[in-house]
Write a protein that binds this ligand. Structure first.
Ligand code: NAD
Length: 417
């Protein structure tokens, strides 16, 4: 993994690449490349042994021209200000890519949750929510899960906010458990959009995802569901990895059995009948489809030169460095960008928010049908723009679509006072 690439600079470069094709006022463009505000705070939390520990925490609100800020909360030791800024910017363009009425935000706490008890994590989450309280709300800024956070943390955020505000406002956060106002289909939504765009990408290239061999880097919420749904579509998942190692089986791995093994042992490594690989082996494996579903900058220029897959579908946010992107374009590897591929998560978060406001629960079938429609329409718009404007990459095309939408909203909002 490349350490030198700053994800915030990568994100700004992606916007600049798209802006070349649009006649945008330089002042407006600068505004669309920078967050409106960033909260940086230190949480002081009592540990189980009575000691006080401090944690660096952030929330970036990047752009609200199209609706409330929207984006996940990440718990990871690598969380820092620039990473949160980058992730919040990607959320703006992701929401615009699939045309849902949200802006973009992102938050995070620099901590490794594996080192803390559930009680400690609850106190950390509640302390963080108290800091966020003036900034969030169902019409202001709506957090969601990201790396190392899930329904449990979202339920804590909801409860803390509602207790402090003396109200019920389930739409203040998405990704909640269904019983606490969550949506059917939300847990699977990110992996589902990854599988849908994979199917569309093979179709675009004149192939069939059912014939594809697949490698998935990162076996968390996004990665494992993508692997499972791709297998349902007939694809053969031959390799998967997590932070402890990679496994492979040329005859195909059973995604559910691997998931159960990871639940029981903490890792995909050691799965019975599978061979062990390095992270690099997996990323350069001779497969048709590569799905990076771990963290930013997983594929740098060095790895990109050796990638064998014909198609990469970015389940993670920002998994390719800008140099890797250039090399893969030269090598005619089709990259379906993160802002479309993993947009299923925020799309079903939007459905959850709509259901919360309606106080009316949709069926899982309805959620999945609406998601299918939103993602395939966005894919078609990407392809139309790619072909009409004769662009170099799918990423550029998706950013052109998204940037046009955000730019129009920003220009229509104007500047006040
Ligand atoms: P997660 O915490 O559930 O899973 C992350 C996985 O990546 C874990 O299996 C972890 O072991 C693995 N990993 C970490 N470092 C790795 C490495 N160096 N090599 C191989 N594996 C590694 O997180 P998630 O929610 O699945 O998120 C994964 C990515 O998808 C992130 O980039 C996130 O921003 C993005 N994403 C997630 C959602 C969502 O709804 N969960 C939505 C959109 C985008």
């Amino acid at each position: 993994m490349s350490e030198e690439v700053n994800p915030f600079e990568s994100m700004q470069e992606q916007i600049d690449d798209a802006a070349v094709h649009l006649d945008i006022d330089p002042g407006v463009l600068e505004r669309l490349k920078n967050p409106e505000r960033v909260l940086e705070t230190t949480l002081s939390v009592e540990m189980d042994d009575g000691a006080i520990e401090t944690f660096r925490a952030y929330r970036s609100q990047f752009n609200g021209d199209r609706g409330p800020y929207k984006g996940g909360i990440r718990y990871h030791p690598g969380v820092n200000r620039d990473e949160v800024k980058a992730l919040s910017g990607w959320m703006v363009y992701k929401c615009a890519a699939v045309d849902i009425p949200f802006g973009g935000g992102k938050g995070g706490i620099a901590l490794d949750p594996s080192g803390y008890s559930a009680d400690e994590l609850e106190r950390v989450t509640r302390a963080y929510t108290e800091e966020l309280r003036p900034l969030i709300g169902e019409d202001r800024d709506i957090p969601a899960p990201d790396v190392n956070t899930g329904q449990r943390e979202m339920n804590w955020v909801k409860d803390t906010y509602e207790s402090l505000e003396n109200t019920t406002e389930p739409g203040v956060v998405t990704g909640k458990a269904v019983e606490s106002g969550g949506s059917e289909g939300r847990v699977e939504a990110t992996g589902r959009s990854v599988a849908i765009v994979s199917r569309e990408a093979f179709d675009y290239r004149g192939g069939d995802v059912a014939d594809a061999t697949v490698a998935v880097q990162g076996y968390g919420n996004a990665g494992w569901v993508a692997a499972d749904l791709l297998e349902d579509m007939g694809a053969t998942v031959v390799a998967v990895s997590d932070s402890s190692g990679a496994i492979h089986d040329p005859d195909g791995l059973d995604p559910v059995a691997v998931k159960d093994h990871k639940r029981d042992t903490g890792s995909v490594a050691g799965f019975e009948g599978a061979g062990a690989w390095t992270n690099r082996d997996l990323l350069t494996a001779d497969v048709d489809l590569l799905v990076p579903a771990a963290l930013e900058n997983a594929i740098d220029a060095d790895i990109a030169a050796d990638v064998s897959a014909d198609i990469i579908v970015e389940a993670a946010n920002g998994p390719l460095t800008p140099d890797a992107d250039d090399i893969l374009e030269e090598r005619d590897v089709l990259v379906v960008p993160d802002i479309l591929a993993n947009a299923g998560g925020v799309t079903v978060s939007y459905f959850e928010w709509v259901q919360n406001r309606q106080r009316f629960q949709w069926t899982e079938q309805r959620v999945n049908d609406e998601l299918e429609r939103v993602v395939t329409e966005a894919f078609d718009e990407l392809v139309d723009t790619f072909e009409e404007r004769e662009l170099g990459t799918f990423r550029e095309a998706m950013y052109v679509v998204a940037l046009q939408r955000v730019r129009r909203a920003a220009e229509q909002s104007g500047v006040w006072p």
